[in-house]
Design a protein around this ligand. Structure first.
Ligand code: DQA
Length: 145
């Protein structure tokens, strides 16, 4: 099983970015924990971080045939990128949307995800653990498909 993990804009700054909201853990540490989990589960994990919407679109568009599912934290694109929503709807791969913070408990504009209606499910509010929970959820979905 192959999983594509995409970290969107500003997530490269984790560790120093608003630690009161996103915690102290760096992206590198989250990725290490995800790779460790993937090894335990016997799955392949490819991880990308980009600040570019078009790169996220390219990654999603290229995923079918190479990956069985996607874990994505679209960052701020969550709230307004119809292009990412349309790409996910087009490729129809099982997809879990993850967020470090609980987006429902934050500013009004963060409470809406334009991505959520086209993905399999959303995990939000567990810091770096959201990604690990996302991997577990996605593997379960793919195995039961
Ligand atoms: C985020 C929440 C978004 O609102 C924000 O723009 C991010 C991170 C999260 O993981 O909590 O960049 O996706």
């Amino acid at each position: 099983m192959k999983i594509l993990m995409i970290h969107g804009p500003n997530l490269n700054l984790l560790g120093t970015r608003e630690p009161n909201v996103y915690g102290m853990e760096t992206l590198e540490s989250i990725n290490e924990r995800c790779v460790h989990l993937a090894n335990e589960l016997g799955i392949e994990l490819s991880i990308y971080q980009t600040n570019s919407e078009s790169e996220i679109l390219d990654l999603i568009q290229r995923a079918p045939g190479s990956f069985d599912g996607i874990v994505i934290n679209p960052g701020a694109f969550t709230h307004y990128s119809y292009a990412i929503r349309d790409a996910l709807a087009a490729v129809k791969l099982p997809t879990v949307e993850v967020h470090l913070s609980n987006i429902q408990a934050r500013e009004e504009f963060r409470r809406e995800s334009v991505i959520a209606p086209v993905v399999s499910g959303q995990i939000s509010g567990f810091g770096g653990d959201s990604y690990l929970l996302g991997i577990h959820a996605l593997v379960g979905l793919i195995k039961n498909a």
